[in-house]
Design a protein around this ligand. Structure first.
Ligand SMILES: Cc1ncc(C[n+]2csc(CCOP(=O)(O)OP(=O)(O)O)c2C)c(N)n1
Ligand SMILES: [Mg+2]
Length: 428
């Protein structure tokens, strides 16, 4: 019939004109954009202010004194551990290090909201999650020093590339964002496993810089289209090495991308540990209950240099960092909250920092005195299964070099002494 609205078959017919669309029809010609549409930016969820006091109308998470104190202690340990390891790198005792200064609330608040057996795929700045799960300073030191007791990779990885099967923390890999599609795969595997379906989720941490990689989009699309319980935690700390987040995206941060993938999304004040805890706890519940991806963007600030290979004052004013440290310190903010409840005191603070320093120093001294792994360990567990031909070839070459120089050339003799077995294991 000429002029009549065509009747579309299928579920879409009552709304739009495409079979898969339920979009309402409008006669208004209008383009929209999360940046230019006034007041439409995603809000930031916060429950306590800078003085540690609850915001009006805010619902605080149900945490008792014991949990609050545990969270606080875990936050406090991070800068102490970072100070010591950062200095050890400066003294040339370890080859590399990365600190988490300023991001203590985002890291510990989220760790506390997860189940200990949720599968974590982290970037590299989230060692606090492992410590929360009981990794311990000895494991940290053995990995950073690459001793024969390194439980993560037997000295094969750069420092801070931790991992633990028992603690459900997948080993860190340096290439940015690779963990994101992997997490969607882990989430899918959890959904297929009757023992873990409805019980656990995959949790992926990544920086706002890593979110510019194609892998971020691949991971989000996968977890939303082939639904899986994958919890995406974006740590927006303002920088990707020297690139400020203002140059990283034009849209409304990372959170704005969630709705595009049909993913439940929240933006949270990453310096408010109680807000992070509440948001991640609820995100986890949704993620597992619906078996679908959820995105949390924590807004924070990278107070430290990117790594020991960076001097951030080459690209940001020292004053900006000092101001941030002073005005919005997540540890101070939570301490004020605890003190206002009578849950913490100055004496406890002193005793705690003293104890942590001692424990870290003891672990460091122990690790520094330990030998490096046997030389043959260099080739084991690089891949699963049989050793591939190229590693066999490299092992044979090293064997020849150890035979040729091991007993006669000083630099080789000194280097081999650092290893358990002094290279003899390779010649067996
Ligand atoms: C694929 C890839 N490109 C570049 C790098 C070098 N790189 C290491 S960390 C980093 C910045 C990442 O920033 P962000 O994701 O925001 O995390 P943050 O360091 O701020 O925690 C870059 C560019 C890399 N490791 N991998
Ligand atoms: Mg960043």
């Amino acid at each position: 019939m000429a002029g009549a609205t065509p009747q579309m078959p299928g579920p879409g017919h009552a709304h739009g004109h495409l079979p898969s669309s339920t979009s309402p029809v409008t006669s208004k010609l209008h383009f929209f954009n999360s940046v230019t549409d006034g007041g439409k930016q995603i809000p930031t969820y916060r429950v306590i202010d800078g003085a540690g006091q609850p915001l009006e109308g805010a619902v605080l998470p149900e945490i008792d004194e014991a949990l609050a104190r545990r969270i606080y202690k875990n936050m406090v340990q991070l800068p102490i551990l970072d100070d010591i390891l950062y200095n050890l790198q400066r003294q040339g005792r370890i080859v590399f290090y990365m600190t988490a200064y300023g991001e203590e609330a985002a890291i510990i608040g989220s760790a506390a909201a997860l189940a200990p057996d949720d599968e974590v795929l982290a970037q590299y700045r989230e060692s606090g999650v492992l410590l929360w799960r009981g990794f311990g300073y000895d494991n940290i030191m053995n990995q950073c020093f690459g001793t024969y007791l390194d439980s993560c990779g037997m000295g094969k990885q750069m420092p801070v590339h931790y991992g633990s099967k028992e603690l459900h923390y997948h080993t860190i890999s340096s290439p940015l964002a690779t963990q994101i599609p992997q997490a969607a795969g882990v989430g899918y595997a959890l959904k297929r496993d009757p023992a873990r379906r409805g019980k656990n989720c995959a949790v992926v941490y990544f920086g706002e810089g890593a979110a510019s990689e194609g892998d971020f989009h691949a991971g989000m699309l996968l977890a939303s289209t082939i639904p899986s319980p994958t919890l995406f935690i974006a740590r927006n700390n303002g920088f990707a090495i020297s690139t400020p987040s203002s140059e990283q995206y034009y849209g409304d941060g990372i959170a704005a991308r969630g709705p595009g993938y049909g993913v439940h999304t929240i933006r949270v004040d990453g310096n408010d540990v109680l807000a992070v805890y509440s948001a991640v706890k609820e995100a986890r519940r949704l993620c597992i209950e619906e078996g679908r991806a959820v995105l949390v963007e924590t807004m924070t600030y990278r107070v430290g240099h990117h790594s020991t290979s960076d001097d951030s004052f080459a690209y940001r004013p020292r004053k900006e960092v000092e101001d941030r440290k002073r005005l919005d310190n997540p540890i101070v903010r939570f301490r004020l909250f605890l003190e206002s409840r009578g849950w913490w005191s100055k004496e406890e603070e002193e005793a705690l920092t003293k104890r942590i320093k001692q424990e870290v120093m003891t672990a460091y001294k122990k690790a520094e005195s330990l030998p490096k792994p046997e030389l043959k360990e260099m080739f084991t567990e690089v891949y699963g299964g049989e050793l591939p031909w190229n590693l066999k070839e490299q092992r044979e070459e090293l064997k020849k070099l150890v035979k040729k120089y091991g007993d006669s050339w000083e630099p080789w003799k000194n280097e081999l002494k650092k290893h358990k077995g002094e290279g003899k294991d390779l010649l067996e």
